[in-house]
Design a protein around this ligand. Structure first.
Ligand SMILES: Cc1cc2nc3c(=O)[nH]c(=O)nc-3n(C[C@H](O)[C@H](O)[C@H](O)COP(=O)(O)OP(=O)(O)OC[C@H]3O[C@@H](n4cnc5c(N)ncnc54)[C@H](O)[C@@H]3O)c2cc1C
Length: 250
């Protein structure tokens, strides 16, 4: 299918992008397009305006700040995967990226776009939550930092206002044991269930509308995963219990 009609905008600065998001009715940010374009093509999203951020300067940097690593909104997943700073200081991010889709998709898809998309089965939101990272949002009203624990509100529902641009993600340094384990039908598919581990903090994904932090000692307590053609709720619950054991044994 083809997308419903929309108006395309290509701002040249973060300020211009924020002004557009503030003034345009029903606008969507376009980053790597790896999730948004399929949604448009299937007409599951029908925004009136697309604000393409790919020409914005200054958003393609990975840099150290505040005891962690900041990843700009235009850093492609494949670049983050091999970035020396992230490898050294936040190795969980690279582990998570190794499970995201395929090379061609990671060459275009952005780290921040994956967080902003807030897919419950995605690896990077779980990694951000396990590490206790943040997303930095900018608008004409200013800038705010949103804790990972407050960022994922529901399926495809990030805690971003319609006029906010996520300008970077921030992952705290973490030198303890990390793991990213998941089960999927084929490599590169979205996970049926998975676990991101940063020391004692386990973020479970694919088993709730958002990634969730496991309760210590009782990791699957309160979980009510949904079922679909791929897996029943009971199977998902069993699976995530097994994956927790694997993550802790890593
Ligand atoms: C075949 C296939 C398999 C995939 N498998 C996986 C997988 O296994 N695991 C996984 O995690 N992902 C998977 N993905 C999704 C992929 O990782 C996407 O790249 C990612 O989810 C979105 O990043 P993007 O930069 O392409 O964002 P886009 O598609 O451009 O945008 C996605 C959403 O986020 C919003 N957005 C993007 N950037 C910003 C920003 N800076 N500020 C505010 N809002 C923003 C957009 O408005 C849109 O709503 C797959 C995709 C495909 C096509």
């Amino acid at each position: 299918m083809k997308p419903a009609p929309f108006e395309y905008h290509a701002p040249g600065s973060v300020e211009e992008a924020c002004s557009m998001l503030a003034s345009l009715e029903d606008a969507k940010v376009l980053a790597g397009g790896q999730s948004l374009i399929p949604l448009l093509n299937f007409r599951l999203a029908r925004p009136d305006h697309l604000v393409d951020i790919n020409r914005l300067p200054g958003l393609d940097r990975v840099y150290a700040r505040d005891g962690g690593v900041a990843v700009g909104a235009l850093v492609r997943q494949s670049d983050a995967e091999t970035d020396p700073l992230l490898r050294e200081r936040c190795p969980l991010v690279g582990l998570a990226l190794g499970h995201v889709a395929h090379h061609v998709i990671r060459n275009r898809g952005t780290v921040v776009g994956s967080l902003a998309h807030a897919d419950p089965a995605a690896e990077l939101p779980a990694a951000l939550l396990a590490l206790g990272g943040q997303v930095v949002a900018r608008s004409t009203r200013g800038e705010r930092r949103i804790e990972a624990a407050d960022f994922f509100l529901g399926t495809l529902e990030p805690a971003l206002e319609p006029d906010e641009l996520a300008v970077e993600a921030w992952f705290p340094d973490f030198a303890g044991p990390v793991a990213l384990v998941e089960e999927c039908r084929r490599h590169g598919d979205f996970a049926l269930a998975g676990v991101a581990r940063a020391g004692d903090r386990l973020a479970l994904f694919g088993v709730a509308p958002t990634p969730v932090l496991a309760v210590p000692g009782d990791p699957t307590s309160g979980l009510q995963p949904s079922g679909d053609l791929e897996a029943s709720p009971e199977f998902r619950l069993h699976l995530v219990g097994v994956l927790v054991e694997r993550a802790l044994a890593t």
